[in-house]
Design a protein around this ligand. Structure first.
Ligand code: SAM
Ligand code: SF4
Length: 317
């Protein structure tokens, strides 16, 4: 699929649930998640069908996300299904890591090739405060489990929040020295209730290069991130700047929500429903979403909220 601006769409981010075992303040509204009826959500069979159509249309890489994908009871089977689809070359998964001690090995056997694990702080109290219910230890044990299950090129994702974790840039980055992992800093996006985060929370990823002047630039980038490495690093440091330097020109993705809506852009309210459609209907909706992909998203900052009509846990970050 090629969109109206010449971008080849080869990457689909697939949310398998809106539910989560954590309640991160930048992702979910304070009232948390309303569990919806099974009839409203994609079944395993519908998802497999949709992924077959997507692969036929040229999707080569899938990222399973949520909500928290590992709270989904049949997550391993969903990954196995995806891995068997002709044309799909890579299955990645994004998780908060807390359930990896139980699931890392099965996911690896199921065909998941790469993991992104979210970790915004190394301070127990701050972790509990931001996630509202989480325990830092569980996330750290998850990372260890992923490493021992043999996942390569694990990425740790930290959302950079001014006045909250920008004093931890160095210790977070140094995890790439301790472990063979990439550490990526992501600018906070204004997705939920603006009242929660003020102007000072939205800091540019340039803060990372200021704090770590020894970072060595790596000329090739991996799509959306600017890449660097600490002199002793086993992995890279990635900077992802949707606010200060949007990467829309290189965007090669569509999204599929857990209730069966294809989204052309994270920050657009446009959605194309595939729930209940036959393969030809699904195909037409993927093509329509591709054709509707905007050239770029609107301005995002502390005053300009994302145009998405959903919180992040309901889109699939
Ligand atoms: N539960 C999984 C996790 O936390 O990794 C997967 C879903 S989560 C929505 C995916 C990613 O989106 C996480 O790395 C999370 O930190 C990021 N995210 C959520 N809300 C965000 C926001 N407002 N700005 C930037 N990143 C955000
Ligand atoms: Fe859950 Fe991930 Fe959202 Fe945190 S960022 S509330 S772990 S879905």
């Amino acid at each position: 699929m090629r969109d109206g601006f010449g971008r080849d769409i080869t990457y689909l981010r697939v949310s398998v649930t809106e539910l989560c075992n954590l309640r991160c303040r930048y992702c979910m509204p304070a009232e948390g998640v309303r569990k919806r009826s099974h009839e409203e959500m994609m079944t395993r069979e519908e998802l497999r069908e949709a992924l077959c159509v997507a692969a036929d249309l040229g999707i080569r890489k899938i990222r399973i996300t949520g909500g928290e994908p590992l709270v989904k009871k049949n997550i391993v089977s969903i990954c196995e299904d995806a891995a068997r689809i002709k044309g799909i070359e890579e299955i990645c998964l994004t998780t908060n890591g807390t359930l990896l001690p139980r699931l890392a090995k099965s996911l690896r056997y199921a065909g998941v090739s790469r993991l992104n694990i979210s970790l915004d702080t190394l301070d127990e109290e701050k972790y509990a405060g931001m996630t509202r219910v989480g325990e830092l230890n569980e996330a750290l044990e998850g990372i260890e489990a992923a490493l021992s299950a043999g996942f390569e090129r694990i990425k740790l994702n930290s959302v950079l929040i001014g006045g909250w974790n920008d004093d931890e840039i160095r210790p977070l980055a140094e995890l790439s020295v301790k472990w063979p992992v990439d550490v990526r800093f992501i600018e906070l996006m204004p997705m939920v209730d603006r009242g929660v985060f003020g102007r000072e929370s939205y800091v540019s990823c340039d803060r990372v290069t200021e704090v770590l002047p020894e970072l060595l630039p790596i000329p090739h980038n991996d799509g959306v991130a600017r890449l660097y490495r600490l002199p002793e690093g086993q992995g890279n440091i990635g900077l992802i700047s949707p606010l200060s330097a949007h990467f829309c020109g290189r965007c090669n993705r569509l999204r599929l929500t857990a209730d069966g809506k294809v989204k052309p852009c994270l920050h657009s309210p446009l959605e194309f429903s595939i729930k209940g459609l036959d393969p030809e209907g699904i195909r037409q909706q993927f093509l329509a979403a591709c054709a509707a992909k905007p050239e770029r998203h609107e301005l995002l900052d502390h005053e300009h909220m994302s145009g998405a009509n959903r919180s992040m846990n309901r889109i699939g970050g």
